[in-house]
Design a protein around this ligand. Structure first.
Ligand SMILES: Nc1ncnc2c1ncn2[C@@H]1O[C@H](COP(=O)(O)OP(=O)(O)OP(=O)(O)O)[C@@H](O)[C@H]1O
Ligand SMILES: [Mg+2]
Length: 272
C-alpha cells in the first residue's frame, strides 16, 4: 500500500504543480437548453440487458451497495471537475487489463443516475475496443467514423436513458494513433461538446505504456485518471505512466483496482 501511496503523492504533486492543463477551453457559443435537449432526443436510444451488464461487472447501472465505490468516485470527480471548470476525463492505466473500460462504464452509469448531469462515455481504445461486447450491443458500431469526419455524431452516439450517451466501436481501427492525434479529431470532439453540452465526458483510453494513442490524445482532455491493478501494476510502471502523462495533462488520481482486501470488498480503493 505504501508504494501506491507514494504513486498517489507523486500524482498529486504533479497535479498541484504547474503541469500544463493540455487544452485551451472552447468559447461558449451559447447553445440554448432547448437545442441541447433536442440534440439528445435525436440520438438513437438503446436498452441494455441487465443480465449481460451483470456478467460484465457493470455493477453501477442500477445502484445499490455494489455501486458504492463508483458512486464515491463519481461524487469526488464531479466536485473536482466543477471546481476547475473541467469536463473531459481520460481513463487510462500503465499496462493492459487493469479495469479501465469496466471503470469508465461503471463511472458513467453512476454519474448518469444523477438526472441533472449529462454524461458521455466515448471508447477511444481503438486498438482493443471492448464496450460493444460488455454492453451486448452487437456489431456494426463505429464511433471512430465520427472522428474521421465520415459520420455525424447523432449517427453513432447511442443514448442510454435520458442523460447518458455512449460512443462505441465494434472493430479494431487501423492507424488509431494518427487518428487520435489529428486536428480533425480535436475539432469533432469540440463539436460534440458544443452541441450536446455534456457535464462529464469520459474517454476510455488504451494503456500509456503500450502505445502512443493516449499520449496522442492527451491535449484533448482536461485530466486523466490512472487505473492501477493491484498485484500487477508495479510502482515503477505507475510512476512512468504518471510522468509521461503529467507532461501533457493534469492527473486527477490513481485508482487501485482488483484489490483482494479492499475495505468495501468490491475490489476498488481510491487514491484521491
Ligand atoms: N474490480 C475488479 N475485480 C475483478 N475483476 C475485475 C475488476 N475490474 C475489472 N475486472 C475484470 O478484469 C478484466 C479486464 O477489465 P477491463 O476490460 O475493464 O480492463 P481494461 O483495462 O479496459 O483492459 P484493456 O487494457 O484490455 O482495455 C475483465 O475481465 C473485467 O471483468
Ligand atoms: Mg479496455
Amino acid at each position: 500500500m505504501d508504494r501506491i501511496q507514494s504513486a498517489i503523492a507523486k500524482a498529486r504533486a504533479a497535479r498541484q504543480g504547474d503541469a500544463p492543463t493540455g487544452r485551451a477551453r472552447a468559447a461558449d457559443p451559447g447553445t440554448g437548453l432547448g437545442a441541447i435537449a433536442e440534440a439528445w432526443n435525436a440520438m438513437p436510444s438503446v436498452t441494455l440487458d441487465p443480465k449481460r451488464l451483470r456478467a460484465g461487472r457493470m455493477v453501477a447501472y442500477h445502484g445499490g451497495q455494489e455501486a458504492a465505490p463508483f458512486d464515491m468516485m463519481r461524487t469526488k470527480l464531479v466536485y473536482q471537475l466543477r471546481e476547475r471548470g473541467w469536463t473531459r476525463v481520460a481513463i487510462t492505466s500503465p499496462g493492459s487489463g487493469s479495469g479501465k473500460t469496466t471503470t469508465c462504464l461503471n463511472l458513467a452509469f453512476s454519474l448518469a443516475r444523477q438526472p441533472e448531469l449529462r454524461v458521455m462515455a466515448l471508447e477511444l481504445d481503438l486498438q482493443r475496443p471492448s464496450m460493444t461486447g460488455l454492453l451486448g450491443l452487437g456489431s456494426g458500431h463505429r464511433f471512430a467514423s465520427v472522428l474521421e469526419g465520415m459520420r455525424r455524431p447523432e449517427d453513432e452516439l447511442l443514448r442510454v436513458g435520458p442523460n447518458l450517451a455512449i460512443g462505441v466501436t465494434s472493430e479494431r481501427v487501423a492507424h488509431s494513433s494518427e487518428l487520435l492525434a489529428s486536428s480533425r479529431t480535436g475539432a469533432e470532439i469540440d463539436a460534440i461538446e458544443d452541441r450536446f453540452r455534456p457535464d462529464v465526458m469520459l474517454f476510455d483510453m488504451p494503456p500509456v505504456l503500450v502505445g502512443d494513442d493516449t499520449l496522442a490524445f492527451a491535449d484533448q482532455v482536461d485530466c486523466a485518471l490512472i487505473i492501477a491493478e493491484a498485484e500487477q501494476s508495479t510502482v515503477s510502471e505507475i510512476d512512468r505512466a504518471g510522468e509521461i502523462l503529467a507532461e501533457h495533462v493534469q492527473i486527477l488520481g490513481v485508482v487501485l483496482n482488483k484489490c483482494r482486501f479492499s475495505e468495501s470488498g468490491t475490489g476498488y480503493s481510491h487514491g484521491d
